[in-house]
Design a protein around this ligand. Structure first.
Ligand code: NAD
Length: 437
């Protein structure tokens, strides 16, 4: 099938490459001409494990091309996916400017009956809104809602082996149903993985899934705060609770608050959508409030727990800048909240991340020092804060750290070092709701 992927970011590039991998002819189009030019030279604009090989292979075999001419990409395709950004507006609502723009281009450019697939995360009602925009098109436009559930860092596997594919489609739209079934056939193994529903339910499903996951994290972060007060250990509580099959053990890790381009904005957008309709989703609002507070937890611990309220002139080392491991994405990363707080307090920040330093450099320039070597960042540090649990930070050379740091203070935002007996090795060790040893 000939398809266009409009928006070539984390979702669009992965989805485009995966659809090419399963034999389709895919053109990835984006208004960012510089990004498209770099892709044409074989350079990826983002880091995602395995993506560079997949893009290179499919480009070389002629199934994957790149274009900054969105109208032409649409005109030449039978299926058009919308994977543009839907960032939060100041009031928390999803900004649909880019979605509208693509829909307008579809209305004027579609040159054949076209299936228009909304892959971006969009509030309930967007499918209907897009239908109104394309209503004047010369050709029939079949609008489908297909929210994406891939996770950065594991995106290719998530796309190729999805838990489920949610498709919001009119029951009587046989053409759209047939096209979507065929497109996803290679990755569904059995058709039971496709959950068909109406468009509004599909749109809502995405927000409810993300909010529920975020809610678990915020709840455990609150539990972690309580653990610190009562001398309990959130690791043990998590194990005890998560082994209940009804609860399950995923998304129960306490930490520095959730970040990324999805959870923060999607939770707030759900609250906003509901509020506009006179419904108050209080658990979602509380999830966001707790997270905002939690994102300040590391900075508060440092300032009041270890430096008597005065961080001026202190050198703080930060390990991990991406909002989670295996991505270079720093949007809403708790590491940025920590860095802002440290700079605001007059501390000096030295940081390391295996993949995200380029994105952080673009934000901070010379205001922080980025080190190619993780240990270099820790040299003469008054504290080392672990913010992102990259594998290479899991079992570092603590003897070396002890030797090179000015003060042996380890603040472990992911509780990955709590079982290492670090206090016995002369460190001051602190985590999030764990006793540590
Ligand atoms: N990143 C994730 O893990 C993830 C997972 C599931 C769903 N989503 C959703 O998918 C959507 C895209 O997210 P992302 O992280 O890939 O965003 P992104 O910012 O990485 O990419 C968006 C791309 O869209 C392009 N774009 C913007 N306006 C355009 C237009 N009018 N025409 C063509 N291209 C345009 C931008 O230049 C950019 O390259 C969002 O709605 C997001 O909520 C993201």
């Amino acid at each position: 099938m000939r398809l266009a992927m409009i928006g070539t970011g984390y979702v669009g590039l992965v989805s485009g490459a995966c659809f090419a991998e399963t034999g389709n002819d895919v053109v990835c189009a984006d208004i960012d001409a510089a990004k498209i030019a770099r892709l044409g030279e074989g350079k990826l604009p983002l880091f995602e494990p395995g993506l560079d090989e997949m893009v290179a292979r499919n480009a070389a075999e002629g199934r994957l091309t790149f274009s900054s001419d969105v109208g032409r990409a649409i005109a030449e395709s039978e299926v058009v996916f919308v994977a543009v950004g839907t960032p939060p507006r100041a009031d928390g609502a999803a900004d649909l400017t880019a979605v509208d723009r693509v829909a307008e281009t579809v209305a004027t450019s579609a040159a054949r009956p076209t299936v228009l697939v909304m892959k971006s995360t969009v509030p309930v009602g967007t499918n209907a809104r897009v239908r109104r925009i394309v209503a004047g098109a010369k050709e029939a436009i079949h609008v489908v809602s297909n929210p994406e559930f891939l996770k950065e860092g594991n995106a290719i596997d998530d796309f190729m082996r999805p838990d489920r594919i949610v498709l919001g489609c009119d029951e009587e739209d046989a053409l759209a149903r047939d096209v979507m079934s065929r497109l996803y056939h290679p990755v569904t193994l059995s058709s039971e993985r496709i959950v068909w529903m109406d468009p509004a339910s599909a749109e809502l499903t995405k927000y409810v899934a993300n909010t529920m996951l975020a809610m678990r994290i915020s709840f455990m972060n609150e539990v972690a705060s309580l653990c610190e007060k009562v001398g309990a250990d959130v690791h043990l509580v998590r194990k005890g609770v998560g082994s209940d099959e009804r609860i399950g053990n995923k998304f129960l890790h306490a930490g520095p608050g959730y970040g990324g381009s999805c959870f923060p904005k999607d939770v707030v957008a759900l609250v906003h959508t509901a509020r506009e309709l006179g419904v108050e989703i209080e658990l979602a609002s509380a999830t966001d409030r707790v997270n905002q507070r939690q994102k300040g937890a590391l900075a508060r611990k440092l300032k009041y727990g270890y430096f008597a309220g005065d961080l001026r002139g202190k050198r703080i080392a930060v390990w991990g800048l991406a909002f989670k491991p295996r991505t270079d994405d720093v949007r809403e990363s708790p590491a940025l909240t920590l860095i802002d707080a440290m700079l605001g307090e007059g501390a000096e920040v030295r940081a390391h991340d295996p993949e995200a330093m380029g994105n952080v450099r673009a934000l901070y320039g010379e205001r922080i020092q980025l080190c190619e070597d993780a240990y270099r960042a820790a040299e003469d540090a008054d504290a080392l804060v672990l913010v992102t649990e990259w594998r290479q930070y899991q079992n570092p050379d603590f003897t070396r750290l002890k030797r090179i740091m000015r003060r042996p203070l380890l603040l472990d935002g992911r509780n990955i070092w709590s079982g290492y007996g670090l206090r016995d090795q002369g460190f001051t060790y602190d985590g999030i709701g764990v006793r540590g040893s």
